[in-house]
Design a protein around this ligand. Structure first.
Ligand code: KG4
Ligand code: ZN
Length: 341
């Protein structure tokens, strides 16, 4: 089974050809173009510019993905497309392409939830077996989910305000780091003293594994306003902030282990923030102490990519799900747990 997958829900235009084969042979091609140049001047993703860039980039990217896969377009068995949640202008660009390909090639189409793509990435990259505990942390979401089986998602806790990635991006912008903020902040933090500034860990004393990042963001903002920001101070703030996020993740993981309905043997980290090597290291050490296997997909599969969308469609097909009808509506909001069967 060979799937052409399309992902356009944020600022990455991504197309992949994915097949249901042994692990090393699954991704026939993956072409992802980030819109760094388009959004750099604004220090954040501008939805209207993102939609336009998807529109002008999507066809050449599709041609490249098909040619890299070395197959004719009509050799694919189905089309998978991110149908939400995300920036609706971009989602529409992907969905329109998917619908027209489905009609012209007469192939079934699967409307895929972007969060499910992230949630199943470790099955694509590592064959992670069910059940596992998932920490999904991206630009728009931060949550602990028990993935008990196919479309059996139990939400254990989530952010009550900002997502972790959003917080990385906003602090990076305040510190005048390059766009995109998350990876830039991680690089600066390498040269910083993580103990120089003490930042709060909101919701530290509650029992549930929820998150809250807006108080942390405000505390960092106040520190930036109160200090003269030379290069070293900027690195120290970055390191102290990243350290605090690591402490929050570890502490919430301990709570999630208590809250989960199964004995956790595997932790999977997914979403753009899971590309952060420092945070991976912190979670890896804690998991080692608890005799839990920690699974981190490769970095290019943590950030937005079409391969995870193709894989989610393969899992849907293998579990007998029917294709989407061509009148389905893209959804700007679409909680993962609503997919549970
Ligand atoms: O999953 P993703 O590519 O898109 C969404 O679904 O949101 O995640 C993007 C987020 C951004 O906030 C970005 O700054 C963050 O992931 N991110 C990182 C790193 N790489 C990407 N945050 C921290 N460290 C990184 N290395
Ligand atoms: Zn994402």
């Amino acid at each position: 089974m060979m799937i052409l997958a399309i992902e356009t829900s944020c600022d990455e235009t991504s197309i992949a050809v994915v097949q249901d084969k042994i692990i090393d042979d699954r991704i026939l091609s993956l072409v992802t173009r980030s819109q760094i140049n388009e959004h750099q001047a604004y220090g954040g993703v501008v939805p209207e510019l993102a939609a336009r860039a998807h529109l002008s980039n999507i066809e050449p990217i599709m041609d490249q993905a098909i040619s890299l896969a070395g197959i004719p377009l009509n050799a694919i068995d189905a089309i998978a497309v991110t149908a939400g949640p995300g920036l609706i202008g971009g989602v529409l660009v992907g969905v329109m392409l998917a619908k027209s390909l489905s009609l012209s090639l007469n192939k079934p189409m699967y409307a895929i939830n972007h969060l499910e793509g992230h949630a199943l990435t470790a099955r694509l990259s590592h064959n992670a077996s069910y059940p596992y505990l998932l920490l999904l942390t991206s630009g728009g979401h931060c949550m602990f989910v028990e993935v008990l089986g196919f479309r059996q998602y139990v939400l254990l806790g989530q952010t009550l305000d900002d997502a972790a990635g959003e917080c990385f991006d906003k602090i990076a912008k305040l510190l005048n780091f390059n766009f995109p903020g998350g990876p830039a902040l991680e690089q600066k933090a390498i040269h910083g003293d993580s103990k120089r500034f003490i930042f709060p860990k909101p919701l530290e004393h509650t029992l549930q594994p929820n998150f809250s990042f807006s108080g942390l963001k405000t505390a960092v903002k106040q520190t930036i306003e109160k200090n003269i920001i030379d290069e070293q101070t900027a690195c120290d703030i970055a390191a102290s902030f990243q350290y605090t996020v690591g402490e929050i993740f570890k502490e919430r993981l301990l709570k999630a282990l208590k809250y989960s309905h199964h004995k956790v043997e595997r932790l999977v980290m997914a979403g753009g923030v899971a590309a952060n090597q420092y945070l991976r290291g912190q979670l890896h050490s804690l998991c080692a102490e608890k005799a839990i296997e920690a699974i981190f997909p490769p970095m290019n599969l943590c950030t937005d990519n079409a391969a995870m969308i193709g894989w989610a469609a393969i899992e849907a097909i293998n579990n007998g799900m029917l294709p989407s009808t061509d009148d389905f509506q893209p959804k700007p909001r679409w909680p993962l747990e609503h997919l549970s069967l």
